[in-house]
Design a protein around this ligand. Structure first.
Ligand SMILES: [Zn+2]
Length: 239
């Protein structure tokens, strides 16, 4: 059999790290392409995975925080309104004043006096309700913290079969990858994903994933090549 049938294995130094998957530059000195593309891919995957969950979490937190604030305000004002009503009822001539719809058969001096007291009480009630509302609303940061604190983020165990052996690993490294598996029967999500995609996003994704899957040659080693861009942090930490 001619040697051309296996050009790659014969020419490759098996110990050498592969060239850059993006620009094909030799592994040393390291170029930034792969970590840049990985950073983009991570950001996109994070958006696809997390945006909807974050939005749902936010809605849930806001709903409960708002309901709590409103309940709290309701409790404060109902106490205040009860005290206000009790105070009015304690005023001299108040019941006869109400009974005659503001025109009781008593001396006008008493009526003037009573009306002044009622007006003051109403103004006081208004100030009190404003203060209750302000006090309730100003607690939003604390209440939001509380409800966000109830949200649990759960990561699977590192020994979980789903982590150790994801579906595309079980299928060997020649399949279409995770998306092909997860998109089955999930047209709705697919549509959403496509509508969010832009042309500039798709290309680097493919490139990064291509390296992980090892598209060239037989799928002999089911591990991603090391020594290239993946050893470095994705770069998001140094902006
Ligand atoms: Zn490069």
């Amino acid at each position: 059999m001619p040697a051309e049938a296996f050009p790659m294995p014969l020419e490759m130094d098996v110990g050498a790290p592969p060239n850059c998957a993006i620009c094909n530059a030799p592994p040393y000195p390291e170029c930034p392409c792969e970590s840049e593309r990985l950073q983009i891919a991570v950001k996109q995957a994070e958006q696809r995975a997390m945006d909807e969950k974050l939005a749902q979490t936010r809605d849930w937190v806001i709903d409960h925080a708002r309901q709590h604030i409103l309940n709290q305000f309701e409790r404060l004002t109902s106490t205040r309104k009860a005290a206000h009503a009790a105070y009015l009822n304690s005023l001299p001539n108040y019941s006869i004043y109400m009974q005659y719809s503001g025109h009781p058969p008593i001396h006008p001096m008493y009526i003037d006096n009573l009306q002044r007291q009622i007006a003051e009480a109403h103004a006081e009630l208004k100030r009190g309700i404003d203060a209750d509302w302000r006090a309730s609303v100003l607690r939003y940061p604390e209440v939001l913290d509380y409800f966000y604190g109830l949200v649990e983020l759960r990561l699977p165990s590192n020994r979980s079969p789903r982590v150790v052996e994801p579906p595309f690993a079980a299928a060997g490294y020649q399949d279409q990858g995770f998306m092909a598996h997860t998109m089955l029967g999930k047209e709705k999500k697919k549509k959403r994903r496509e509508s969010m995609s832009t042309p500039i996003r798709e290309e680097p994704m493919q490139t990064v994933m291509g390296r992980v899957r090892g598209t060239q040659g037989p799928p002999a080693a089911p591990t991603p090549p090391i020594g290239g861009g993946y050893q470095r942090p994705p770069g998001m930490y140094y902006g």
